[in-house]
Design a protein around this ligand. Structure first.
Ligand code: ADP
Ligand code: ZN
Length: 525
């Protein structure tokens, strides 16, 4: 039968001090713990570092039976279990690293009431036999960590998690506590449905991380920009995310030869190397980690001062989770997003090319919210918080849009230069090529195509490549230009371009932001 315990403020506080040595609860923890102890199902959304673990660890210590924690983070189980045991809460884990003998002996100890907290990988529940063994144990609570992994809509779907629907069916009276640091509205609903939570207590912490400055900047010479930025930050710790292992290696090599103390991290490296990087980063022996998204879960470092996105993340959720690794000490930190339309086009192509047709739609929709964030002309934090349904009408004062609002200018002439140049080169070039022609750069390809002979050759010499990049990007967003993704992203004119070319309409554009960006000294570009 369900266990329901009434708890008083002082008894919980005593237990907190006794087991964890903390003098007070963090915002939300006490109420969550009360609800859990009273036998209610719960969904808890708290940012990373918010103190989710305590919400099941303290109940585990106090409830009469066993608390089962389902976690995908096998690598972290041992550490967590060790530290719980040190704190006087007897804990164990069962995952693929154990022999059958070891597992049997854990079951023995569970049956004898010697273990309060058992960590499991979700795969375990696939075994009928295993589930049946659980039935013979006095279980008080199921805690499901990283609960967003259950949802196809979540950004980190794990098939093994779908198994968890069986918990409510098999153990209808045992409360479930689902925890996650990242779930948009759709994912939340999905978690509730799939776990079949019963009239759950839902706790949603603020997602706002006001100390992290959100900065978007055009990437026009990414590696040099990254180097310049890192050097400017001195010895501060940072993480750079790239989308591919190749890019990680490539960038790490470039940073290292610029004298930056850095290391690469991705799933293709041996676990010994990866652990080594994680360790040395934690100890400040490594200043910068260049990584794929494989680096993240379980980084327990408070003083990461910046996170750079060298490539765009696939979803706004993953973006927000990744930047959340900065400034966990609450001090000022920055999330720098180096944006290049080429990267975006590459991702769109990859999504479209996916073998799994059923995912294309979902992935595309999710990426569109990312693009919305990228294109935002209003406070970026508002865009994110609204996405997480934490509605706010206040702009934050700590993002590039707030700090440096885009000013509109009459961009008709600039647009005409671009569009007529696309016309003159007979729609045969991509963005970079077009910029070479418009700036009058006489290279081999331009010569070979005789594009130094067109009337628009060099008409944009007075402006930087970054400037033109920003203008072209807006023309694409506004629907005057299209990129032919299937053909090396060649730029083509749309019907709408005609009105601009004939001078029939005035086109207001956002002034390119590069000139004001103070992150790096620009070489003569
Ligand atoms: P999450 O799982 O939400 O990412 P953790 O549970 O790992 O966060 O907690 C982050 C850190 O905060 C841990 O070092 C934890 O010991 C600490 N912590 C949690 N609750 C409290 C509290 N009430 N008082 C002080 N420190 C706390
Ligand atoms: Zn803002």
């Amino acid at each position: 039968s369900a266990l329901s315990l009434k708890t008083s403020h002082s008894s919980l506080l005593n237990a907190l001090q006794h087991f964890f040595g903390y003098s007070s609860f963090r915002f939300g923890q006490e109420k969550i713990i009360e609800q859990v102890m009273s036998g209610k199902d719960s969904l808890v959304l708290m940012p990373t570092g918010g103190g989710k673990s305590l919400c099941y660890q303290l109940p585990a210590a106090l409830l009469p039976g066993i608390t089962i924690v389902i976690s995908p983070l096998i690598a972290l189980m041992k550490d967590q279990v060790d530290s719980l045991n040190r704190q006087g809460i007897s804990a164990a884990f069962i995952n693929s690293s154990l022999t059958n003998e070891e597992i049997n002996s854990i079951f023995q100890r569970l049956a004898e009431g010697e273990i309060k907290l058992l960590y499991l990988a979700p795969e375990r529940l696939k075994s009928r036999y295993f589930l049946e063994s659980l039935h013979s144990l006095p279980i008080s609570l199921f805690a499901i960590d990283e609960a967003h992994c259950i949802s196809q809509w979540g950004h980190d779907f794990r098939p093994a998690y779908t198994q968890l629907y069986c918990l409510k069916q098999q153990f209808p009276t045992i409360p479930i506590l689902a925890l996650t640091a990242t779930a948009d509205v759709t994912t939340r609903k999905d978690i509730l449905m799939q776990l079949q939570l019963h009239q759950p207590n839902i706790h949603i912490d603020s997602f706002d991380r006001p100390n992290i400055r959100l900065t978007m900047a055009d990437k026009y010479n990414g590696i040099q920009q990254a180097i310049g930025y890192i050097k400017k930050r001195g010895v501060e710790s940072g993480i750079i995310y790239c989308n591919s292992r190749w890019q990680v290696e490539n960038l790490a090599k470039a940073l290292a030869s610029a004298g930056i103390n850095c290391a690469a991290y991705h799933a293709g490296l041996e676990s010994e190397i990866r652990n080594n990087v994680q360790d040395n980063f934690a100890k400040d022996n490594i200043q910068v980690v260049v990584a794929t998204i494989a680096f993240g879960l379980g980084i327990n470092k408070l003083n990461v001062r910046y996170v750079i996105h060298f490539d765009p993340p696939r979803t706004l959720e993953s973006y927000y989770q990744e930047i959340g690794r900065a400034g966990r000490d609450g001090l000022a930190a920055e999330a720098l997003f180096l944006y290049d339309d080429k990267d975006v086009q590459r991702i769109i192509k990859r999504i479209n090319d996916s073998d799994d047709e059923s995912r294309v739609d979902v992935e595309m929709q999710r990426f569109q919210t990312m693009q919305g964030f990228i294109d935002a002309q209003t406070c970026r934090r508002q865009v994110v918080l609204n996405y997480f349904a934490e509605y706010t009408d206040k702009s934050c004062g700590n993002c590039d849009i707030c700090l440096d609002p885009p000013t509109l200018f009459d961009g008709t002439v600039a647009a005409q230069k671009i569009l007529s140049c696309v016309y003159r080169i007979e729609q045969q070039g991509n963005i970079d090529y077009l910029i070479q022609v418009i700036r009058g750069e006489l290279n081999g390809q331009v010569k070979a195509n005789a594009h130094d002979q067109v009337s628009t050759f060099g008409i944009g010499r007075d402006k930087t490549p970054g400037y033109w990049h920003a203008i072209i990007r807006q023309l694409i967003h506004l629907g005057y230009l299209q990129q032919d993704i299937a053909n090396q992203s060649t730029l083509c004119l749309t019907q709408a371009a005609r009105g601009v070319l004939t001078g029939n309409s005035i086109l207001m554009l956002a002034a390119p932001r590069l000139q004001k960006a103070s992150y790096w000294q620009r070489n003569k570009q």
